[in-house]
Design a binder for this molecule. Sequence first.
Ligand code: CUA
Length: 338
Amino acid sequence: MQQGWIPLVPESASSLSWKVDALYFYLSGVTLFFTLLISIVLIFFVVRYRRRTPYEIPRPIAGSHKLETLWTVIPFLIAMTMFGWGARVYFEQYKTPENGMEVYVVGKQWMWKIQHSTGQREINELHVPVNRKVKLIMTTEDVIHDFFVPAFRTKADVIPGRYTTMWFEATKTGTYHLFCAEYCGMNHSGMTGSVIVMEQREFDDWLSGNTGSTTPATAGQQLFQTLGCASCHGANGEGGRGPNLIGIFGKNQQLQSGETVTVDEKYIRESITDPQAKLVAGFGPIMPTFQGQVSEDQILQLIAYIKSLHGTGETTPTVAASPSPTARPGASPTRNVR
Ligand code: CUA
């Protein structure tokens, strides 16, 4: 890996990394300043107020409110600058931008499986274009892992049964280390990979020369058919035993219990693995669970398919999935990495 200009600090290659670095250097600077200040004062006092004769009795000290207030208020203000600054960087890091290029990540002992929304699959490698926001939607097949790219100064846990998101915008082309940063068993230390940041044109070439067989949305559509979902979830009431799924993603859904829920990745996943957990108002508890019948990859494909069902007036969810907004027209299916 490329080294930064300071030893032991990894190269800085994302829109966020210099902000994290600036905060980190501020913390180090404050620490260094007070370490020096206290050491110097300590040594000075030791020398200045040393015992000069064996029978010396020091002058009694009564304390000073002024001094005590000063050394309480100043550290408090300094601590608040750290808190405020840290919170700002934290929120920026964890608030995922809406317009990011979406990439699906599934962690597994001991590899990273990655799929682009245009269908390309990769293992332990992630190709991305430079200067473009990339949003990762991540989960794991087994235990907790953690997706960590030091050069981007960002990392996030991937958790069984949940989706976590993470984003970055690489600002420099190159190859950067990807680590698993959560101990996940014997080969944890080997669960590494690379993020390859390319110019947009190179990335387009890579995409078109290295495609998966189908986009996640299309694969999800096929699954939707083979699992028999369409017999209940058809639009216009055919089947009619399950809610219509067109245009549902991102909307609020009224539940049997009177609550409402936002239809996001997490809710769809739960509805597939535990359909009775949050029943939509007006529908009976008749859907069987698909827990164990579909892998995490397949659940992500079903989600991609449901996301692709816009309310465009199509009559059934069996219509061909439209590519997601990030799909590139030049991409043609040739190779499946899996
Ligand atoms: Cu995966 Cu540590």
